[in-house]
Design a protein around this ligand. Structure first.
Ligand SMILES: *Cc1c(COP(=O)(O)O)cnc(C)c1O
Length: 391
């Protein structure tokens, strides 16, 4: 055969591995839309199996880089399998879509991440999927089941105030009514809390937070038991849900240090929490590892640790303007939502808007901190000088 033209050689060159040697520690980034096969028979053979088996057949169904991250998440969650999503919120949305249809009803915890409440009002209601909120600690859920309840959606601990619910008991009640239990496990990150081991069917995480750990990538994941897998997997394929392999690589890299980072976040968070409890400006500290926390016994029973998140309530003698002065005076804390990166963050909370079952009246301003990997002494010095700015 005559030598092929440069145009052709440019397209076909460099397709074989260009090196001889060992293997890199980290799985390579595989970027792909099209995946090619050796024969029609091979292509059709893979097609026939791809609804049930995880096969590299098209970029939208994930590349080997995505699969590597899925496997780590499944390991963390004790799950059968995992799917990845562009954000944590997209993961929640797809989990709702996978298991609920018009005419169904979902019971949702009062402590859910606020955009999930928005999703319930803006999407579920107009699509004729009923939604009722139950107390963030799960205490009233038994009275709220309906004949068409198909899912109980919990977040444990709850966002902002860290209410704990009895997930094994929620699972028992959900299953007795023919419903699934789905849990947002972003707080636990699969390290300190594992809903599937406690009886949940579906566990959702914003990998944006601790799994990624560096505040530079958005991602969500849904992990399920074997019995709950098929509807989620089918819906994800139907909607073309996937993530960039570059992002999957970043999150995968974050997971390698997850347990080590969490240990440090936890230690630093507890130091700051105890320091805050002793301050006269502070009316209460919300953190499930503190013995006065209403969910402390459940946390002790079901969790194996905590993280860098805590909220505190200012004494009601300080108004919102004073709380804002405190926040603006902080030098080491970034003013920002989200959390789970290596750095400390602060945000003013609107708990009244974030709860509909719990009545939140006559309380002080609530400030949420994410305690990062900085020295806790420096963070406490910063908080001390910022509190002085309130008066
Ligand atoms: C941040 C967060 C989400 C959403 O994650 P994004 O990646 O920001 O969309 C979901 N649940 C909880 C508890 C969160 O904190």
């Amino acid at each position: 055969m005559t030598e092929r033209s440069l145009q052709t050689r440019l397209v076909h060159g460099g397709k074989q591995p260009a090196y001889e040697g060992g293997q890199a520690v980290n799985p390579p980034i595989v970027r792909a839309s099209t995946v090619c096969f050796d024969s029609v028979a091979e292509q059709q053979g893979f097609r026939a199996r791809r609804e049930t088996d995880r096969l590299f057949t098209y970029g939208a169904r994930g590349t080997p880089t995505n699969f590597a991250l899925e496997d780590v998440v499944s390991e963390l969650e004790g799950a059968y399998r995992t799917r990845l999503f562009p954000t944590g919120l997209a993961a929640v949305g797809m989990a709702l879509l996978a298991y609920l249809k018009p005419g169904d009803h979902v019971l949702m915890a009062d402590g859910v991440y606020e955009p999930v409440r928005h999703l319930a009002h803006s999407f579920l209601a107009p699509y004729n999927i009923g939604c009722t909120f139950f107390a963030a600690d799960g205490s009233d859920v038994a009275d709220k089941f309906q004949a068409n309840t198909r899912m109980v959606y919990a977040e444990c601990p709850g966002s902002l105030l860290y209410e704990m619910c009895d997930v094994p008991e929620l699972a028992r009640q959900a299953h007795a009514h023919g419903a699934l239990l789905a849990c947002d496990n972003t707080w636990g990150s699969g390290v300190h809390y594992r809903p599937l081991a406690l009886g949940a069917d579906v566990s959702i995480m914003a990998a944006t937070k601790y799994l990624s750990g560096h505040s530079d990538v958005m991602m969500g994941c849904v992990a399920t038991t074997q019995a709950a897998w098929a509807p989620l997997n089918e819906r994800c394929d139907a909607f073309g849900m996937t993530v960039s392999p570059d992002d999957a690589y970043l999150v995968l890299r974050g997971t390698r240090t997850l347990a080590a980072r969490l240990q440090m976040h936890e230690q630093h968070g507890l130091e700051v929490a105890h320091w805050l409890m002793a301050r006269s400006e502070v009316a209460s500290v919300f953190h499930p590892a503190l013995p006065h926390h209403p969910g402390h016994a459940l946390w002790q029973r079901d969790a194996t640790g905590s993280n860098g998140l805590l909220s505190f309530e200012l004494h009601p003698r300080y108004d919102k303007a004073a709380a804002i002065r405190l926040i603006d005076a902080l030098k080491l804390f970034g003013i920002g939502a989200s959390w789970g990166g290596y750095e400390s963050l602060v945000t003013l909370c609107n708990v009244k808007a974030a709860r509909s079952v719990a009545k939140w009246e006559g309380r002080g301003e609530i400030i949420r901190l994410h305690i990062g990997l900085e020295s806790p002494e420096d963070l406490m010095d910063d908080l001390r000088q910022a509190m002085a700015a309130m008066v």
